[in-house]
Design a protein around this ligand. Sequence first.
Ligand SMILES: Nc1ncnc2c1ncn2[C@@H]1O[C@H](COP(=O)(O)OP(=O)(O)O)[C@@H](O)[C@H]1O
Ligand SMILES: [Mg+2]
Length: 211
Amino acid sequence: MTLLGRNGMGKTTTVRSIMGLIKPKRGEIKFQGRDITGWPPYRVAKVGVGLAPEGRHIFPNLSVGENLTATAHNINQLADPWNLDRILALFPPLEPRIKILGGRISGGEQQMLSIGRALMTNPKLLLLDEATEGLSPLLRNQIWNSIMRLKDKGQSILLIDKNLKSLLKVADRHYIVEKGQIVWTGNSDKFSTSPDLQKRYIGIWRSSNYG
Ligand SMILES: Nc1ncnc2c1ncn2[C@@H]1O[C@H](COP(=O)(O)OP(=O)(O)O)[C@@H](O)[C@H]1O
Ligand SMILES: [Mg+2]
């Protein structure tokens, strides 16, 4: 599923609130029926939410391998948990970087690392906030392919991204956010066949974003 909406509409704020990084002023956050409003991030992570944040925020002074293991856990005893080998199979460019400091690898590698780090917490729900932002088309494609592989494995993912076409292809359900409120929800077909939706809530998209 996705959160769609123009810049500044509150998508990042929503996922940061879910993760417990900021406290919502109003409302409640429920995860699998449990009220997790106001929980600190480590507790939210323990019940099974993993975030690859906008801007990546990898640990610059830890190696790639340390970044992956620093917050790793499988508290919910998910079958077939993630480990280093499986992350490196999903993101092969990280393998030769494993001993390099996180701050010294490329933006695309940092993005892979950020997603890999979130996966190492074996999340039931993975939050990906602008995971292809600022990357070359080639790297963007690599990330989308990895996201597809995760989806095929049955991983639940909440996606935020500016590449509308890819989002419509990869995700089933969409929620449009406007000023912090959900103003529309529907599947990819419904979105694609509602021509005014894109203009009204998403704005005019640059052709590069539409690719
Ligand atoms: N529900 C809200 N109420 C008040 N301010 C909000 C709300 N959601 C977001 N903001 C503010 O709007 C700005 C942009 O929000 P952000 O979540 O980064 O947008 P997006 O990720 O959709 O581009 C931030 O300064 C944030 O504090
Ligand atoms: Mg944002």
